[in-house]
Ligand binder design. Structure first.
Ligand SMILES: Nc1ccn([C@@H]2O[C@H](COP(=O)(O)O)[C@@H](O)[C@H]2O)c(=O)n1
Ligand SMILES: C[C@@]1(CO)OP(=O)(O)OP(=O)(O)OC[C@H]1O
Length: 159
């Protein structure tokens, strides 16, 4: 059995008049995140972890921010395509453990909905998707409410 781990990290900065998309769902908040896509920082970290585990480069390699094809794209489409890429290489998904670093908004009430959404997009069991949230205790760019960071670790395997 070929078991592989992958790690992903991403950051997007807050901007006015943008929607806040996290873990595939829209969250009501005073500001959203800036990006070429919908800037779903959690999905982007998850895509990078999946791609890294399969040694398939990274999200910008497959979905470049210089291409109009991905302008304002729903990141769930990128996650679905990323899952296809790892499955085409013969890998099956085991689990993901993610952490979102955000001073605000409070994410705990939204986590079950994010887990449900991501597991449907990835066609995996909901229990395989762990999402956690933490503040940055008011320090650094997250602590100053300049943006949100996300980390993801995944396990995949090939028989
Ligand atoms: N955006 C966030 C940040 C944190 N939480 C929850 O609050 C707990 C305490 O946060 P600390 O930064 O003090 O560790 C954390 O464990 C999360 O449960 C949240 O919901 N949304
Ligand atoms: C998702 C892509 C593509 O729309 O753009 P962004 O939303 O800017 O996100 P980033 O995390 O920089 O990752 C790669 C991109 O190419």
């Amino acid at each position: 059995m070929n078991i592989r781990v992958g790690f992903g990290y991403d950051v997007h900065v807050f901007a006015p008049e943008r929607e806040l998309w996290l873990g595939g769902i829209k969250i009501e908040h005073s500001v959203g995140l800036l990006g070429h896509s919908d800037a779903d920082v959690l999905i982007h970290a998850l895509c990078d972890a999946l791609l890294g585990a399969a040694n398939l480069r990274d999200i910008g390699f497959h979905f470049p921010d210089t291409s109009g094809d991905f302008k304002n794209i729903d990141s769930k489409i990128l996650l679905r395509r990323t899952m296809s890429l790892i499955r085409e290489k013969g890998y099956e998904f085991v689990n993901a453990d993610c952490t979102v670093c955000a001073e605000e908004p409070k994410l705990n009430p939204h986590i079950p909905t994010m887990q449900s959404c991501l597991s449907e997009v990835m066609t995996v069991d909901i229990d395989t998707i762990s999402i956690k949230a933490t503040t940055s205790e008011k320090v650094g760019f997250v602590g100053r409410k300049e943006g949100i960071a996300a980390y993801a670790t995944v396990l995949i395997y090939k028989r």
